[in-house]
Design a binder for this molecule. Sequence first.
Ligand SMILES: C[S@@+](CC[C@H](N)C(=O)[O-])C[C@H]1O[C@@H](n2cnc3c(N)ncnc32)[C@H](O)[C@@H]1O
Length: 359
Amino acid sequence: MGATTESVRVDGDKLMQFVSRAVDEVGATLNAALVVMGDKLGLYRALAGSGGLSPAELAERTSTAERYVREWLNAQAAGGFVAYEPDSGHYTLPPEQTVALTDESSPAYLPGFFQIALGSVIDSPRIVEKARGGDGLGWHEHVHDVHEGCERFFRPGYNAHLVAEWLPALEDVVERLERGAVVADVGCGHGASTILMALAFPNSRFVGSDYHEGSIETARRRAEQAGVADRVSFQIAPAAGYSGSRYDLVTMFDCLHDMGDPVGAARHVRSTLKPDGTWMIVEPNAGDRVEDNLNPVGRAYYGFSTLLCTPASLSQEVGLALGAQAGEARIRDVVETGGFARFRRVAETPFNLVFEVRP
Ligand SMILES: C[S@@+](CC[C@H](N)C(=O)[O-])C[C@H]1O[C@@H](n2cnc3c(N)ncnc32)[C@H](O)[C@@H]1O
C-alpha cells in the first residue's frame, strides 16, 4: 500500500526546501526554450562585448520586438545568464557567459546542449505514449532541434579532444592516419567527427555512415563547406550493413548505445576491419552502477536516455536498449560478444569515455 501524508511524518522545512528547489527547476525548464530563443535571434551575440544595452537597443540591433526582448532579458538576469545594472537600466553578458553562449570554438559552448534538450522536451508527449506499451521512437522521427542540437552539443568536445587526445591515445593509429588510412565513421549524424578527422589527416579517406537519410544529407553539405569532400564520402546505411572492407580504423561517436543491435553492429565492424585495425568507441561517460551516475552529468544523460536513446534503440530490431549510461562493463560485454578480443579504456572527459577495441 502506498504511504499517505496521514501515515508518514512530513518535515515541513524539508518540504519547503524541496518546493523552492522545484521553483528553480521550473525556471530551468523554461530557460531551455529561452536560451534557444536567445541563440536563434542573435540576442547573446549582440550583447557580447557591447558594454551594456537597454532592451530597446538590443531589439534594434537584432531586428526584434522590444517588449519580447525586455521580458527575455529579465528572465535571463533572474537566472544569472545576463547581468542587470539597475542604475543605467542596461544588461550585459559577463565574459564567462560570453564564451559559453557565443563562442562555438570553445569546449564550454552551451547552446547545442540546450537545443537538443529543448527538442527532446518538444517530442516528449510521444514518449509518454510509447512508455505505456514499450514501443520505441526512432532517431529519424525527432524534430530538427534534436539532430542539429546533437551536432552542436558534441562538436565542441570533439574539437577539443579528438585529434589532440583521443586518437593519439590509440596504439599506432595517428601514424597510420598520417601515412594514409581508410576510416569508417559509423552513426556519424551530421558528420562533425568525420570532417574533423578529414581536416587533420588529408592523406586518409573517410566513409561516414548513418541510417538517417536527413543527417547524411546535412553531413554531405558540411563536408563541401569544410573543403574535405575530396576525401570524405557519406552513405545511408545501418551500422550492421555499411559497405567497404579492410578499414584501418572504425569509429563510433556517441551512437553505439542508440542502436537496437549493438552486438550485430560489433560483428559487422569485426568483418570490415583489417586484422590489425582498431575500433574506437566514444560513449557517454558513466559508471557501471546507478549510484555512480547520480550526479549532474548523469542526471542530464539519464534524461536524454529516457527521451532519446532508449526509445531509439527500442525502435530497431533486437532493441537491446543499453541506455546512455550503459557504462564500461556493458560496452565491454557487447564488443566481446561481437567477436573482439581486446578492449581498454584510453581516455575520459566529464562527458565521454573512449575505448580502444581490437580483434
Ligand atoms: C546521438 S547521435 C550521434 C551522432 C554523431 N555520431 C555525433 O557524435 O554527433 C546518434 C546517431 O546514431 C545514429 N544511429 C542510431 N541507430 C543507428 C544504426 N542502427 N545504424 C546507424 N546509425 C544509427 C542516429 O541516426 C544518430 O545520427
